[in-house]
Write a protein that binds this ligand. Structure first.
Ligand code: CAA
Length: 241
């Protein structure tokens, strides 16, 4: 029987590529999304992957969402915490609301989802959690004090949880993408992107969502059980850690 995977933010951008790659690798995939009903419906129509709507920032909604997925698709063996938002601003202009929204989704959302699948994974003695961080969590980025803090937090969270999950057959790892050609990156001012960001990427281009998905499928595999607490960087050589 195929294993069930939840991909948060799984109907668009990097998440959509991860959902598709996991489906192609034989998983039954539940693609979570928070807001864009139209994109979710289109994604399901094109891929046959079911979508489930809840906000990862809301613990009760995560608990209900995981329960629904498990009832309809089976116990969750793989969780990919991909959902993320940006509220970029230089720090002197950043509002408390911009800080809170990013922390609630990009960091607390990872806690919420992992917490809701954790006991089931422990009971079944198997689990794969892959947290999507960012090069900007590794190196920091001007204009992203909120995002960099959350994404760095995801790495610390992963390293702690990897130690707790190890004896229960649960691995917890990070994939840290660089700048990938998604709506999030395309929202950056074109001048900033072309003049300040792309010149810092040695391969000379944005990454493709599929180039992140391939690392996630690798970490989700049954025979990846000895890899835990690690961070795979996929950033075109922009930063080495
Ligand atoms: N380091 C230091 N100072 C910088 C800087 C940097 N990297 N970038 C800009 N500044 C300075 C500018 O020189 C400018 O200084 P002066 O006022 O003295 O001239 C000041 O900061 C303001 O810069 P902007 O004119 O750009 O300010 P803004 O308010 O119009 O825009 C911003 C601010 C929205 C943060 C914009 O700079 C921006 O979009 N930067 C890119 C941020 C970024 O990389 N975001 C990643 C989004 S994609 C993502 O997050 C996915 C992922 O995981 C990689």
């Amino acid at each position: 029987m195929s294993k069930t995977a939840i991909v948060t933010g799984g109907s668009r951008g990097i998440g959509a590529a991860i959902s598709i790659a996991l489906k192609n690798a034989g998983y039954t995939v539940a693609a979570n999304y928070a807001g864009n009903d139209e994109a979710a419906a289109k994604f399901t129509a094109e891929t046959g992957i079911r979508t489930f709507k809840w906000s990862v920032a809301d613990y009760e909604a995560c608990a209900a969402g995981v329960k629904q997925v498990e009832a309809e698709l089976g116990p969750v063996a793989v969780l990919v915490n991909n959902a993320g938002i940006t509220r970029d601003a230089m720090f002197h202009k950043m509002t408390p609301a911009q800080w809170k929204e990013v922390i609630d989704t990009n960091l607390t959302g990872v806690f919420n989802m992992a917490h809701c699948v954790w006991n089931g994974m422990r009971d079944r003695k198997f689990g794969r959690i892959v947290n999507i961080s960012s090069v900007n969590g590794q190196k920091g980025q001007a204009g992203q004090a909120n995002y960099s803090a959350a994404k760095a937090g995801d790495i610390g969270f992963t390293r702690a949880l990897a130690q707790e999950g190890a004896r229960a057959g649960i691995t917890v790892n990070v994939v840290a993408p660089g700048y990938i050609g998604t709506d999030m990156v395309k929202a950056i001012d074109e001048k900033v992107l072309n003049e300040r960001i792309i010149p810092q990427i040695p391969v000379g281009r944005l990454g493709e969502p599929e180039e992140i998905a391939r690392a996630v499928v690798f970490l989700a595999a049954d025979d990846a059980g000895f890899i835990t607490g690690s961070t795979i960087s996929a950033n075109g050589g922009q930063f080495f850690s």
